[in-house]
Design a protein around this ligand. Structure first.
Ligand code: MV4
Length: 510
C-alpha cells in the first residue's frame, strides 16, 4: 500500500480523500492555489504544496505543476478526485510516465469512453443497448435519412460533448439542417471536435447510473444504482440510492450490462455507467464516467463500502475483496449538494466569508464538507460547499432524516441553496418518487411557500429571544404572568437553556 498520496484536487472531495488516507495510515499531500491557502483540505493534509494562481489552468489543471508537487513531496500515487484532471487521459499517462500511480482507470479506458461515438461503437460490439441512432458522426444527407428511419423528434449530440453541451432537439425535418450546422459549430468551438451524431429523442427520461468497480486482474462488479434525475440545467442537485423505479430484476439486468461495459473497456477502479430510462422503464446506455463521482456517498451508505479505500487498494494492485454475490444493498440514502448559490437570485454564485456555520449531525446524517466558519468561499471555482447525506432503513425515513438535518443546517454570511432541498423533500411528487429530468424545472415554477412561512416564525423566535433577555417585555399574545402566580419570587419564568439555544440556532444567532 502507498505511504504517501497526493490529492490533485480541492474542496470537499479533497477533504474526503484525505480522510480516507488518514484512516488507512497513508500520508496525504494537498496542493493549493493562491486563494485556497486557508482551505480546509490544506489544513487537514499532512503536507501541502502551493501550485500557483487561482486560475485553474495555472494550478489544478496544470499537469506539470501537479507532477512537480508530487516529485517534491515524494508521493507515490496521485488521486485526481472528480472534475479538473480526473478524466484527462494525458494526465493519467503523464502520472504513469513520471513514476506515479494514477488512482483511477487506464488512459486507454478513458480514451475509449471519452468520445460518445467511440463508446457507442464499443457498446454495439459488446451488445449493450444504447439509444437508437448512429454510432458515429454523419454528414447531413445521411443524418436526414437516419432521422426519417428512427422517427422524429431526434436529438443531435456532439461526440466530444457531455452534460447537455452540444445537444440539439429536432422535432421536424425542416429544422434538421440548421440544428445540424449549429450543433457542429458549437461542438467545434466548445470541444475542438465537430463530430455530431443522432439519437432518437427519449421524452421525460430519468437519469439512472450504475456504480461499477474493477480491479487490475479483470474482475468487474456493480455496486447498485443511483437516481440522478433531480437536475437543474444539466447539473445534478440531489441524488439517491436505490432508485425508486428500479426493482431487483431491473437492477440485475442494468448491473450486468454495466459490468459488460466495464469489461469491454478493460476497466479498473471506480467507474459509473449512465443510462437514460424511458417511461416504460427501458434503459439505454448514455455514457460512462471514468472517475469517482460527487454522489458516491449514497452508494457507500447502501453497500456499507468505502469507495475511496477501495480505490487505493485496487490502485495498489489488490484484487476486489468480494464477489458480486457478496454485494447486498440495505436501506436508502439521499444526497443534497449544498452550493454557495442564491436561490432568490437565479442561483447565482454567492462567494464570501462564512460568518456562522451550524452543521447538522445525529443518526444517519453524513456531511462531506469543504467549508468552515471563518473561511472565505472563493469565486474562482465550482460553488459546491458540502454534501449532506441522509440515510434510513427506507426512503421515507431517509427523507425525514434529511429534512431534520436540513433544518439544523445554517450557513451565515453567504447565500446557499439549503432552502431548495426543504422544498424538494417536502414535494408530494418527489415523495411519491415521480421524478424525471424535468422534475426540478416543474417544481421551480410552483410558488414557494418556504420563505413566506418561515419569515413570521423567525420573527416570532427573534421576539422570543428578545423577550427572554428583557424580563419586562411580554410576547405578543402572551398573558402577563403575575409574579405570585409563577411562584418565582417576581422574576418572569426563566427560559430553559435548551430552548434559548434552539431559538438562537434557528435564527443563526449563536
Ligand atoms: C437525451 C435526452 C433525451 N433523448 N438523449 C442531457 C445531458 C446528457 N447527459 C444527455 N442528456 C439527455 N440526453 C436522448 N436521446 C435527454 C437528456 C437530458 C437529460 C439527461 C439526463 C439528465 C438530465 C437531462 C436533462 C435534460 C436532457
Amino acid at each position: 500500500m502507498f505511504k504517501r498520496v497526493l490529492i490533485a484536487n480541492r474542496g470537499e472531495i479533497a477533504v474526503r480523500i484525505i480522510r480516507a488516507c488518514r484512516e488507512m495510515g497513508i500520508e496525504s499531500v494537498a496542493v493549493y492555489s493562491d486563494v485556497d491557502r486557508k482551505s480546509l483540505h490544506v489544513r487537514k493534509a499532512d503536507y501541502a504544496y502551493h501550485i500557483g494562481p487561482a486560475t485553474a489552468s495555472e494550478s489544478y489543471l496544470n499537469i506539470e505543476k501537479i507532477l512537480d508537487a508530487a516529485r517534491r513531496s515524494q508521493a507515490e500515487a496521485i488521486h485526481p478526485g472528480y472534475g479538473f484532471l480526473s478524466e484527462n487521459a494525458h494526465f493519467a499517462r503523464a502520472c504513469a510516465d513520471a513514476g506515479f500511480k494514477f488512482i483511477g482507470p487506464s488512459p486507454e479506458s478513458m480514451n475509449m469512453m471519452g468520445s460518445k461515438t467511440r463508446a457507442r461503437q464499443n457498446m454495439k460490439r459488446a451488445g449493450v443497448p444504447f439509444v437508437p441512432g448512429s454510432e458515429r458522426g454523419l454528414e447531413l444527407d445521411a443524418m436526414e435519412r437516419l432521422a426519417e428511419q428512427i422517427g422524429y423528434p431526434v436529438m443531435l449530440k456532439a461526440a466530444a460533448g457531455g452534460g447537455g453541451k452540444g445537444m440539439r432537439l429536432v422535432t421536424s425535418p425542416a429544422e434538421l439542417h440548421s440544428a445540424y450546422e449549429n450543433a457542429r459549430s458549437e461542438a467545434q468551438r466548445s470541444f475542438g471536435d465537430n463530430e455530431v451524431y443522432i439519437e432518437k429523442f427519449i421524452a421525460n427520461p430519468r437519469h439512472v447510473e450504475m456504480q461499477i468497480f474493477g480491479d487490475e486482474h479483470g474482475n468487474v462488479v456493480y455496486l447498485g444504482e443511483r437516481e440522478c434525475s433531480v437536475q437543474r440545467r444539466h447539473q445534478k442537485v440531489l441524488e439517491e440510492s436505490p432508485s425508486p423505479i428500479v426493482d431487483d430484476h431491473m437492477r440485475r439486468r442494468m448491473g450486468e450490462i454495466a459490468v459488460r461495459v466495464g469489461k469491454a473497456a478493460n476497466y479498473y477502479n471506480a467507474g459509473t455507467v449512465e443510462f437514460l430510462v424511458d417511461q416504460h422503464r427501458n434503459f439505454y446506455f448514455l455514457e460512462m464516467n471514468t472517475r469517482l463521482q460527487v454522489e458516491h456517498p449514497v452508494t457507500e451508505f447502501v453497500t456499507g463500502l468505502d469507495l475511496v479505500h477501495l480505490q487505493m487498494k485496487i490502485a495498489s494492485g489488490e484484487k476486489l475483496p468480494f464477489q458480486q454475490e457478496d454485494i447486498k444493498l440495505r436501506g436508502h440514502a439521499i444526497e443534497c449538494r449544498i452550493y454557495a448559490e442564491d436561490p432568490d437570485n437565479n442561483y447565482f454564485p454567492s462567494p464570501g466569508l462564512i460568518t456562522r456555520l451550524i452543521s447538522p449531525s445525529g443518526p444517519g446524517v453524513r456531511r462531506d464538507s469543504g467549508m468552515y466558519e471563518g473561511w472565505t468561499v472563493p469565486i474562482e471555482y465550482d460553488p459546491l460547499l458540502a454534501k449532506l447525506v441522509g440515510y434510513g432503513e427506507d426512503r421515507e425515513q431517509a427523507i425525514h432524516r434529511l429534512l431534520r438535518a436540513l433544518y439544523e443546517y445554517f450557513v451565515g454570511g453567504i447565500k446557499t441553496n439549503i432552502s431548495l432541498f426543504r422544498r424538494i423533500l417536502k414535494d408530494p411528487e418527489f415523495q411519491a418518487g415521480k421524478i424525471d429530468t424535468g422534475f426540478l424545472d416543474r417544481l421551480l415554477t410552483k410558488p414557494s411557500n418556504e420563505t413566506d412561512v418561515r419569515r413570521p416564525i423567525i420573527a416570532a423566535i427573534g421576539a422570543a429571544i428578545f423577550a427572554s433577555t428583557e424580563p419586562k417585555a411580554t410576547l405578543p399574545g402572551e398573558t402577563t404572568t403575575s409574579a405570585a402566580a409563577n411562584g418565582n419570587g417576581g422574576a418572569p419564568a426563566p427560559v430553559s437553556n435548551w430552548r434559548r439555544t434552539a431559538r438562537a440556532e434557528a435564527v443563526g444567532e449563536r
